[in-house]
Design a protein around this ligand. Sequence first.
Ligand SMILES: [Zn+2]
Length: 656
Amino acid sequence: MINNKHFYIKPFLINFVVILLVQGLFCSIFFQAAFAAPNNSATKKYDALLVEYNKLKANKDKVRFRHNWEKIINDFDELNRSNDKALATKSLFQQAKIAESLSQYTRASQDVKKAISLFNEFIKRYPKSEFIDNALYSRGLLLLALNSETAAQKDFELIIAKYKKSEFVDNAKSELEKIKKDKPKVANPVIPTTNDKFEALHTELLNNSKNDQKNTVKPNIQENKTTVNNEPDPDKAQKLYAQAVKEWKETQTKNSKAVKNEVWKKLAEDFYQAYLTAPNGEVAPKALYQAAKAYESLALRTQKNADWEQVATSYLLLEKNFPENSLADDALYSAALIFKDKLKQVDTAKVHFSSILSLSKKGDMYGKAQKQLSSLTAVNAVNVAKENVSKKNTKLEEQKEKNTEPKVDPKVDSKGNSPVPTRLVEQLGLDIKTIMIDAGHGGKDPGAVGNGLTEKKIVLNMAKKLGEKLTKMGFKVVYSRDKDVFIPLQKRPMFANSKKVDLFVSLHINANPDSQVSGIETYYLDVASNSGAIKVAARENGVSIGKISDLQAILADFMLGSKLSESRDIAKLVLENMKTSVRGGNLKVSDNGVRSAPFYVLMGAKMPAVLVEAGYLTNSNDLELLKNDLYLQKITDGIANAIMIYKKNITNIAQR
Ligand SMILES: [Zn+2]
C-alpha cells in the first residue's frame, strides 16, 4: 500500500507540476500577446528607427549622405511585414514619409518616384487607416513635383470629397486652385536623377562647345505652358515690369506690418510673369531679381522653408540665365546665404559660393564668397574630425566587447590584439584590395600637349609602372585603359563601380599658359578650393572655366554618395609620398598641395577617389622630369607607397 500510495502520489505530483508549467507557459504567452505587445521587439525597433531618423535630420553632416537615409528607409521593410497590423500600418506610413523627406532634400526624380510608390502601397493596403488623408495629400504633392497634374488633382479631390473633417482639406483646396490656374511652379523644381542629369548636362556641354552658344542653360522650372508657347513679347514684358515696379514702390511706402502676405506673393508673381513674357528681353534679369526680392519679403514674414526655396530658386534662375549680368554674382551670393542660413543646406551653399569664384566677371562678391567658403570648409573639417573620432570610439567599444569574451584565442598577440579587427575592417568596407588605375585621356583625346610630349602617352606609361608595383605589393589591379583608346570621362567611375574596386586613382599631366607654373598636386572631389583648381578642372573636363559653375551646381548630388574624408586623406598621403620618393631620387619638384575641384572623372565613384597631376608639360624643369624615366618611376613608387600606408593605417585604427 505504501508503495501504491507513493505510486499514485507521484504521477499526481508530476501531473500537477506539468499542468502548472503548461498553464504558466500559456499564461505568459497570453500575457505577452495581450498586454505586453507595445513593448515587444518590433515596437522597440520602430521607436528606435524614429529616434535614428530624428538624429539624422539634426545632424547636418550626416543628412547629406544618401546612404544614411536609405538605411533607415530600408530598415522599415521588416516592420511592414509585422503581424501586428497597427504597427505594420504606421511603419509603412513612416517609411513613405521619410522617403518623401529625402525627395524634398535631394529633389531627384528617382526619390520622388520611390516615395510615390510607397504611398501607393500604403493607400492600397490600408484604405481605412487614420493616416489615409495625409498619405493622399503627400502623394498629390509628389505627383505635382513630377508634373503629373491630373493624377495629383484626383488625390486632392478625393480628400475634399471623402475626408471632409480632415486637416488637409484646406491645403488640398488651395493646391487644386493652383492647378486650375496653371501657375508657374517655382517652389518645387525637380531635378532629374543623378545619371539623367549627368548625361543631360554632359550632352549640353558638348552641344554648347560645338555650337559655341552661351547662356542656353534652361531653368529647372516647369514654366507656364501657355506663356512658353507664346512668342516672347518684350513690349508687354516692359509694361508688366513697370506696373509691378509701381506697385512695389507703393508697397514700400506702407508700414510693412500692414502689408499682407498675399500682397508680397502677388508682387513676386507679377515680376515673374514679366520675366516669362520675354525671357531674353531687356527687363528679364531685373524682373527675376525683383521677383526674388518680393519672395524674400514674404519669406522673412512666414519663415517657411517653401518660401525660402522660392527666393533661392529665383536668384539661381537669374544667375543661370544671365551669368554675364551685373546682378548675377549678387543673386548667387544671396541664394547661397539662404541655403546656408535659412535652409541649413551647407553643402549646397558651398557649391554656390564656390560658383561665384568661377563667374567670368570678378564682382564685389568674389572676396565675400571666398571668406564664406573658407569658414564653411573649416567647420566641415572639424565635423569630419569629430565624426572620425566617434567612429574610432565605436570601433573601440566593439573591440572591447569582443575582447571581454572569455575564450582564449591562441592567435592573440603580445599587445592583446586578436585577429578580429581585420574582419572588422572588411565589415566596414574600408579595406583596400582592388585598385583601379585610370590613365587619363587616350585615343582621339591627347590631353595636355607641349614640347613634343603628350599627356596620354606619359600617363599610360605611369599606369603600367604603378600597376606592376601594386601587383608586387599584393594588390589586385584593374586598368580603365591599357592601350591608346578613347574612354568618355563619365564612363570611368561607372566602370570602377561595376568592378567593385576599393580605390580609384586617376593619373594626369598638367599644362598652363604661364610657363612659370610648375609642380605636383593631388585632387579629391569637392567644390573648387581656389581659382587655380578651377583652371585645372576646366582643362581636364574639357569645358570652359565659365562652365565649371554648372559642374559645381550638380556636384551636390554626387557628394551624397562620395567618400569625401577618405579621398582627402589618400590625396594627402599620395602627395607627401610622391614628394619624398622623387626627392629621394635626387630630383627636384615643387609641391602645390592638395586641392579639391569638380572633376567629371571622379564624379559618381562610390569608392575613395584621387586624381594625380604629376607636373607641368609647359614648364622647363617639369618637362625634363617628365622625359626622365626615373622620375616617372619615383612618382609611381610614391603613389604605391601611399596606398600601402593608407591600407595599414585603416587596419591599425581598427586594431587600436
Ligand atoms: Zn589630364
